[in-house]
Design a protein around this ligand. Structure first.
Ligand SMILES: NC(=O)c1ccc[n+]([C@@H]2O[C@H](COP(=O)([O-])OP(=O)(O)OC[C@H]3O[C@@H](n4cnc5c(N)ncnc54)[C@H](O)[C@@H]3O)[C@@H](O)[C@H]2O)c1
Length: 325
């Protein structure tokens, strides 16, 4: 029995569908702070199974005790968290409370109920402005923003949980930039209100909600001057979780794996691809760099290929067309 936290969020909904399709027994929890229960209907239609959802907060010890009393969880997929890089700089306390204290709370509850396997949503933000590229898991962890620090602290909590009995084995999946949408179009292509991803901003311009797209700096020392990111399709990301879940069954380790496409795309490169696919011009405006951003972030994914046999299949063109057409 799997406990999925952050279950009604962008990534959680897609993972939940695949778990249900694979006949896993799943209980999903979420405090609905950045998602809505309306995704439950879509999850039911797409998976053909009614999802078992309980509204609640990972910071609420009594709530966690109640659900662990009721269900015999063997695995946790822990996605619940706050994820705005720039928001984290102004709401440090809240980010610490949810991403660090919430994770600690969950791990302590797991220990006391002998639930000893966890997959954790970590982030490329744990690396910060890494000098080597593509980035390997063994490279220096030096976050450039508070969000990245909270994710790194989450990984440290997992490392501690591996050290003391009962031992919790874990895989931290360090996601790069997730994009794309379910072909049914019944689920959103990004998360709720606190998200300002490049793709959501492009959609706003294309649909006329905003006049132009802000490009944060064109002086980054890259070929066209704009930031370079590694974009990964949501369906490849989900597959990475299912592959990691299989490895976790026989694993007695605390492991971290990068999940990215292994290819970098500049902001202008993504805009051009979206213009090409939609046939629409996307107007843009260069504004100063934002604090907390890094110039280049590309994953080396050899370890994920080697250990869980994971290989992403979808391209940037797939992400743009799934999202915008
Ligand atoms: N989307 C990305 O590109 C990306 C990249 C790296 C890491 N991540 C991580 O992946 C995870 C999922 O991201 P997402 O894109 O689906 O974001 P999301 O905001 O759509 O999903 C997170 C979910 O967690 C819930 N939540 C927040 N605080 C909670 C709490 N205290 N108790 C219970 N539920 C709570 C929210 O309501 C939301 O539904 C996050 O931890 C995020 O940091 C995402």
């Amino acid at each position: 029995m799997i406990l999925l936290t952050g279950a009604t969020g962008y990534i959680g909904s897609y993972i939940w569908i695949e778990l249900l399709k694979g006949s896993h027994e799943v209980v999903g929890i979420d405090n609905l702070s950045n998602s809505s229960a309306s995704s439950l209907g879509a999850i039911a239609v797409i998976s053909g199974t009614t999802p078992n959802f309980i509204e609640g907060d990972i910071r609420d010890k009594e709530f966690l005790d109640q659900i662990f009393d009721e269900y015999s969880f063997t695995h946790v997929i822990h996605l619940a968290g706050l994820k705005g890089i720039h928001e984290s700089l102004v709401k440090k306390e809240e980010y610490f409370d949810v991403n660090v204290k919430g994770t600690d709370n969950l791990l302590q509850t797991m220990k006391s109920y002998n639930c000893l396997k966890v997959i954790f949503s970590s982030s490329a933000a744990v690396y910060g402005d890494c000098t080597s590229s593509p980035i390997k898991e063994v490279d220096t962890l030096n976050p450039s923003n508070y969000y990245g620090e909270t994710k790194l602290e989450g990984e440290r909590i997992l490392a501690k949980a591996f050290n003391g009995p009962p031992i919790i084995s874990s895989i931290s999946l360090r996601y790069f930039n997730v994009a794309g949408r379910h072909p049914s179009r019944k689920l959103p292509g990004y998360s709720g209100s606190n998200t300002h991803s490049l793709f959501s901003e492009i959609e706003s311009v294309i649909t006329g909600k905003s006049e132009s797209l802000k490009v944060f700096g064109n002086d980054w020392g890259t070929s066209d001057g704009t930031c370079i990111r590694d974009y990964l399709h949501i369906t490849d990301l989900v597959k990475g979780h299912l592959d990691a879940l299989k490895l976790l069954d026989d694993l007695e380790k605390c492991l971290a794996l990068n999940l990215g496409l292994g290819v970098g795309q500049s902001v202008y490169g993504v805009i051009s691809m979206c213009e090409h696919i939609t046939g629409k011009l996307i107007s843009r405006q260069v504004v100063p760099r934002r604090p907390g951003d890094v110039g280049v972030s590309i994953a080396n994914t050899h370890l994920a290929a080697q250990l869980i046999g994971w290989r992403p299949e979808k391209t940037l063109a797939d992400m743009c067309s799934d999202f915008l057409l």
